[in-house]
Every structure is written in C-alpha cells, then in structure tokens.
Design a protein around this ligand. Structure first.
Ligand SMILES: O=C(O)CCC(=O)C(=O)O
Ligand SMILES: [Fe+2]
Length: 285
C-alpha cells in the first residue's frame, strides 16, 4: 500500500505530499536530538544512526571547509560553512536528516503504474550538503548544465557529495545545486539501496550569501530568507520545481544564463572519493 513519510517515518512510492511518485520505499529520519522519530527507534538502530550521522557529518564538514578554502576564504574564516551545519542546540540545532531509499527491480512500466521507471524524480536537495552512499547498483544520474543526464557509476567505497540549494545561495551561485534523479533497476537487476545524510542549518538560520565571499560591490542574487521559510516552501512544491525561483532576484536569472552560455564549469554533485574510508563508516554497512 502506498504510504507517505509525513514528514518522517516509512514511505512507499509517494514522495512528499504533492503527488510525486517513485518506484521506491524509504525511511526518512530526523537526527535532531529530541526528535520523536529518532527517540522511537529501537536502541540498536538509533545507535547505528547516530554513529553513521557523526561520521558523515564529519565528511560533510571537511568538504565544506575545503570548499571555503577553494573559494578563497581567509584561513581564520574557513569554518564559516561548516559551522552552519553544526548549529548548537541552543541555536535551534542543525536540521539534519537521514534517508534510506530502497529501489526494488521494477517489473515493467505498465505493472508499476508509473511512466517509465522513475525511482526518484529529478530534483535538487534543498539543504546545504548531502552525503550519499549506495550499494553496488547504478541508477543515480546527474544533470549537466547543458541539460544532459549522466549516470554516476556505482562505487561502494565512495561517498557522493551533493550541493544543496542553500549552499548555492550561501555562495551566491558559485556552487550550484544540480538536478539529480534515480532510474529504478529493471526486472532481473539488483535492488538499489542508498543512504543519504542531509545537512541542513538551524530553522532560524539566515540563508544569504556569506559576507566572507562577496567581492566589493557584488550584489546578492537572492532575497533574504531563513531555512524554516525555505523548507516550508520546498515542502509545498513539486519535486522537479525550480524551488529557488521565487527567492531569486532578477540578477540571478541573468547570471545563470550567462554562466551556462560561457560553459562555466560546475563543481557540484561531484562524486567524491573518500580519502580513506573511516572504519566506523564502513562498519555501519
Ligand atoms: O537514492 C538515491 O540514490 C538518491 C535519492 C535522492 O536524491 C534523495 O533522496 O534526495
Ligand atoms: Fe536528492
């Protein structure tokens, strides 16, 4: 039976509340301390979730630090992005989630009642950073700036880092949140299993270009908003909507257009080979 994780828990086929469907079942868990979903988990699952989250949070934090460095942020401010995903509880706590997706082989598009074999429809992740791990099956695809979809080769030893919409805004468009989707395995193929950590900020966090990054005279491409505001808007939208659209100032559309034309390279959604997979990450699987 179809079910929907509203907002947390088990869901099947229904993604969100706005009619998006996919060939998958999933568990969506909030990892915020005191979250009802986490508190009601069996102790061993809760411990595994905490252990896994601690490990991938660390990877995400390191990647954010390297991104800040790559963007030329002075050494004493390198933690500026990382700290937004590590908001202390007295600041409302970072909004972190873990999602486990299971895509069984799809018998046929007709039997599934879906058009084609969409496992998870195209979308961008609204948060700051997502760290994804999967079993040895393919299916994940990312969209290049020219609109081409390219498959991400499966690699059980790699973590895939996805830039979220909020990071695009925090960097005033220097990093882009790119669309990704999952094609469900065909009949006879192995099921795909993925675990994704979503690093979001505290609800009250202002999402606006970081002053540490802005050049003299540079204007923000987005109007100011908080994470709570953006999350509410994202939950009301369809998966494939351009969710940042209503938050863009007119200059953003022009900037996007010119970068695309110039073939500017895009660093988001890169498959990142974990330097040396931490044993505690491996143990969870
Ligand atoms: O399951 C996957 O590989 C990706 C799923 C995804 O993009 C998501 O849950 O946001
Ligand atoms: Fe995603």
């Amino acid at each position: 039976m179809d079910a929907s994780a509203r907002p947390f828990g088990y869901g099947s086929k229904r993604i969100g509340c706005n009619g998006d469907m996919g060939w998958l079942e999933y568990i969506l868990l909030s990892v915020r301390s005191g979250s009802v979903a986490a508190a009601s988990l069996p102790p061993s699952l809760r411990a595994a979730l905490e252990e896994y989250t601690d490990a991938v949070r660390g990877v995400g934090a390191r990647v954010l630090e390297l991104m800040a460095q790559g963007l030329g942020v002075a050494e004493e401010h390198r933690g500026v992005l990382r700290r937004i995903v590590a908001a202390p509880d007295d600041a409302g706590g970072a909004d972190e989630m873990v999602r486990v997706n299971h895509y069984p082989p799809c018998p046929s598009p007709v039997a599934s009642g879906l058009r084609g074999v969409t496992g998870f429809g195209e979308h961008t992740d609204p948060q700051i950073i997502s760290v994804l791990r999967s079993n040895g099956t393919g299916g994940l695809q990312i969209m290049l700036l020219d609109g081409r979809w390219v498959p991400v080769a499966p690699d059980t030893d790699s973590l895939f880092v996805i830039v979220g919409d909020s990071l695009q805004v925090l960097t005033n468009g220097r990093f882009r949140s790119m669309k990704h989707r999952v094609v469900a395995p065909a009949e006879g193929q192995q099921s795909r299993l993925s675990v994704i950590y979503f690093g979001g900020p505290a609800p009250t966090q202002r999402i606006a270009p970081l002053p540490e990054l802005m050049r003299e005279g540079e204007q923000s491409l987005y109007r100011d908003f908080t994470w709570a505001e953006y999350k509410t808007a994202a939950y009301k939208s369809r998966l494939g909507d351009h969710r940042l659209g209503p938050f863009e100032l007119p200059a953003a559309a022009a900037a996007q257009e010119s970068t695309t034309k110039a073939g500017h390279h895009c660093i988001s959604n890169a498959a990142v080979q974990a330097p040396a997979p931490a044993p505690h990450v491996a143990r969870v699987h």
